[in-house]
Design a protein around this ligand. Structure first.
Ligand SMILES: Cc1cc2nc3c(=O)[nH]c(=O)nc-3n(C[C@H](O)[C@H](O)[C@H](O)COP(=O)(O)OP(=O)(O)OC[C@H]3O[C@@H](n4cnc5c(N)ncnc54)[C@H](O)[C@@H]3O)c2cc1C
Ligand SMILES: NC(=O)c1ccc[n+]([C@@H]2O[C@H](COP(=O)([O-])OP(=O)(O)OC[C@H]3O[C@@H](n4cnc5c(N)ncnc54)[C@H](O)[C@@H]3O)[C@@H](O)[C@H]2O)c1
Length: 478
């Protein structure tokens, strides 16, 4: 049987793969999009969307509880069944029909099945019924296969059938107790969600929580998780795991953390991600199965002129919005190269993902939220920048006192002193997520601080902290 030919084959129809395919079709190419599971990928069904659905009710209730008058309207606990019902609606009951309709409407050919390379630009796709379709790309192949939860090599862990983020986000009933291994973004968000839903949560973290962010973020989240009733144990490492009659027992390496074992109905492992490249036939094109795919700024895999990798699988920034940004550049540059059009690959050009290195925005939907973009103080110092760091308490601005009765929060700006521009901003506090785009624009636009003084924040909003940060930094007398 001869192979079906397309200009571009995209492996993986997550948010990222969908966008690569869409841009390439718009650029004039024929595109096949291969998907083994649900069109829409991790973000839509097992990650961003269901996790935010599980978090929202707790955030809404806490917002109301901090406003005298509104607080009195809260007359009972959160209803977990209602929360799960809303989560089910948000993930369309794990049915991808609406996304498939979008793919069809965009002029992309969807091929369902598991793709494996059989050679350069050649793939075999095995469908659920075992049927194999051979595909050949005339110009390029893009790998957008995402990432999966990483399991550490802890004795007994795999046999104990721990939860990964997929189980935590697709849960059908809230367990009475949950232990979480890992104090990163997934660990902290899920601890917040499950504690809000009435579950007794123990969060086991090797180091401080949210250690990739400004320390003030992890400190605030640790304190607030403890207020929510979460047993947060910093410096806790799992030595062994066992599932027994009373649930999962985690033996800790050191009992100085408050007890040598933790027992819970379920154990969620959230210690990072591994690339989904283990069963992709990478050996057929000279790459190593299980590796991340390292790319240049046009998202082309190092050492290839036809192979691209976008989204989690290239390990540049494991976030949906950043993967979709890469996808727009990749889809456009693949079409430009295929059709002999000019390539704009200078920094900040149309065909590169420059912001991956300079300005990655992220919101951690804990309570308080953490909204961050660019470099932390520590990262900027490591990178050798000459910096000034400016801090301000968010609770001191008028907008905060209008928003809540006891608002607590923090803002930090990292300034590149040689250029007098921002290179990092972090906000910690309720409702700070919507403030992040202004910071991203200031960094990407390299807006001079002296011009930022003219960006007047509306009164009384939380954004007034922008003015306070500038005042704290000082305007000078010149
Ligand atoms: C719990 C959790 C919460 C998160 N929350 C957020 C958030 O709030 N905001 C945010 O920006 N990011 C969040 N993320 C990260 C976000 O989910 C990922 O960055 C994003 O899903 C990556 O998209 P992707 O398209 O690269 O990969 P995926 O969404 O994983 O898509 C890859 C697709 O490829 C398919 N596939 C894999 N191998 C093959 C193959 N061989 N053949 C055919 N198909 C294949 C898979 O079935 C999948 O559909 C969260 C992650 C987790 C785990
Ligand atoms: N709101 C969001 O944007 C959001 C939400 C969830 C996930 N995500 C993305 O998903 C990715 C994965 O999240 P994550 O929380 O799994 O990873 P993470 O990298 O954020 O955190 C993992 C944590 O586990 C710790 N750890 C690593 N190995 C360990 C071990 N063997 N034992 C104990 N602890 C160990 C790390 O030190 C780290 O603190 C993140 O990179 C993030 O970008 C984003």
């Amino acid at each position: 049987m001869s192979a079906r030919e397309f200009d571009l084959i995209v492996i993986g129809a997550g948010a990222v793969g969908e966008n690569v395919a869409d841009r390439a079709v718009q650029g004039g190419l024929t595109v096949a999009l291969v998907e083994a599971e649900l069109v829409g990928g991790e973000c839509s069904y097992w990650a961003c969307m269901p996790s935010k659905a599980l978090l929202r009710a707790g955030a809404a209730v806490r917002d109301a509880a901090d406003v005298d008058g509104a607080a009195q309207a809260i007359t009972g606990p959160i209803d977990p069944l209602g929360v799960l019902r809303r989560r089910d609606a948000i993930v369309h009951d794990w049915d991808d029909a609406s996304q498939v309709a979008w793919v069809d409407g965009a002029g992309i050919e969807l091929i369902r099945g598991h793709a494996r390379f059989t050679g350069p630009k050649a793939l075999a796709v095995t469908a659920a019924d075992g049927t194999v379709t051979e595909l050949r790309a005339t110009h390029a192949v893009t790998v957008s296969t995402g990432s999966a939860a990483l399991l550490p090599d802890v004795p007994g862990l795999r046999e104990a059938a721990p939860w990964t983020s997929r189980d935590a986000t697709s849960v059908k009933s809230i367990p009475a107790s949950l232990a979480i291994l890992g104090g990163g973004v997934v660990g902290c968000e899920m601890a917040t969600a499950y504690a809000s839903l009435g579950c007794a949560v123990t969060l086991l973290s090797r180091g401080p929580l949210l250690s990739n962010l400004e320390p003030v973020a992890g400190e605030a989240v640790t304190a607030s998780l403890r207020r929510l009733g979460v047993d947060v144990r910093i410096g806790a490492e799992a030595a062994a795991v066992q599932r027994g009659e009373h649930g999962v027992v985690v033996e800790l390496k050191d009992d100085s953390t408050g007890g040598s074992t933790v027992t819970a109905d379920e154990l969620l492992v959230a210690i990072g991600r591994t690339p989904r490249t283990g069963d992709l036939g990478l050996e057929a094109i000279g790459l190593t199965p299980g590796d991340w795919l390292t790319v240049d700024d046009t998202l082309r895999v190092e050492g290839f002129d036809w192979l691209y990798a976008t989204g989690d699988v290239n390990h540049r920034a494991l976030l949906t919005h950043q993967g979709k940004y890469q996808a727009r550049a990749a889809g456009d540059v693949i079409a430009a190269r295929a059709l002999g059009r000019p390539v704009d690959d200078a920094p900040w050009g149309r065909h590169v993902a420059t912001a991956d290195a300079e300005a990655v925005p992220q919101v951690t939907f804990t309570d308080p939220e953490v909204a961050s973009v660019g470099l932390t103080e520590a990262a900027a110092r490591r990178a050798g920048y000459d910096i000034r760091v400016v801090d301000y308490e968010l609770g001191w601005v008028a907008g905060a006192s209008a928003l809540a009765d006891h608002y607590e929060g923090h803002a930090r700006a990292v300034i590149d002193a040689s250029r007098e521009v921002l290179i990092g901003v972090t906000f910690v506090g309720r409702n700070v997520s919507e403030m992040l785009q202004a910071a991203t624009i200031a960094i990407v636009g390299e807006v001079p601080l002296k011009r930022l003084w003219h960006a007047v924040p509306a009164y009384p909003t939380l954004n007034e902290v922008w003015l306070r940060l500038l005042e704290t930094d000082g305007r000078g007398t010149a």
